[in-house]
Design a protein around this ligand. Sequence first.
Ligand code: NAI
Ligand code: MG
Length: 353
Amino acid sequence: MTAYTIASMPGDGIGPEVVESAIAVVTAVAKKLGTFTVKFEELPWGTAFYKETGSYLPPDGLDTLKKYDAVLFGAVGAPDVPDAVSLWGLLLAMRGPLQQYVNVRPVRCLRGIQPVVRSAKPQDIDWVFVRENSEGEYAGQGGRSHKGFDWEVATEVGVFTRHGIRRIMRYAFETARSRPRKLLTVVSKSNAQRFGLVLWDEVAEEISLEYPDVKWDKMLVDAMTVRMVIHPESLDTIVGTNLHIDILSDLAAALAGSVGIAPSANIDPTRVNPSMFEPIHGSAFDITGMGIANPLGTVWSSAMMLEFLGEKKAAEMIMAAIESCTGDDETTKDLGGTLNTKQVTQALLNKLA
Ligand code: NAI
Ligand code: MG
């Protein structure tokens, strides 16, 4: 029997509330199937740990993570710590060094959920976003000079490498090829950003030649927001830069009902390092501790984790339980329901039983 050991990192805000839910669901599925075991080991890294020790990630943190089969993450960010300190202290301190260069974000209207845009049909929103997760606008290069003076200057350098673009484009074309429509949209901004994003377009063109069976087009990111709202049915797989897909995937999740449903997988496709699974939302200060956070994005992320580990049946069972809940209106407030986080978790467990 395969035994998996997963690092769970609940983090901050609603993170612990939604991670608890996903752990309960994964544990129940493993027990029910009886073909594999999952052991979760909690890592206490987050803002409380930072306040105690002075860093979000301990010095040997990355080495610790490498011992695990995967990581299940909640969120990081607290109202009394600058967001740039918390995000770079933990999340972005893991994605790059662990070479999780792909971020996959499926978004679709779950059963029973109506798209926010009235002209859209539920089946129109069925997308997979592929986000470049290791460079671009979040490469971490830049700095500030003349601090505090009126002539202070700050730079934020976007980094685009041929190697980095090639590997994300290949992943995106492969993803598009694996889906029935074999349709890819490459998001760009090569009209205004004439170096990095022009290279982005050129490499997309180059890699497309390896995939003659995939139909692809290019959209400038501003026009892409319009297309997502007006013609959602025209999209399937979407690839874009670190910043662009960060923004577009939040919009996508909202169009499909709530930011609380959307999952993500930070993947190192070489499998040298563990991959990390997390909802796309953040700490949600406004609802922290109220017990009403939607756990479905994290539960869906845990299904992606099991699928990545090779437990396809288990992943399918979790997705069926999720859609059974949304179909039966057993949802949290953000999706129009009346249940709290614990009640949705219990509903998921009931469906699995
Ligand atoms: P957010 O995603 O935390 O919240 C945006 C809005 O969506 C809020 O109104 C919140 O209540 C709602 N929301 C989010 N998740 C929900 C859920 N599961 N159920 C119901 N409603 C939900 O984004 P915001 O407010 O911009 O960021 C808050 C903090 O989180 C910041 O410190 C930010 O840097 C951090 N952050 C961390 C991320 C991560 O750890 N991956 C991702 C995004 C933000
Ligand atoms: Mg985001």
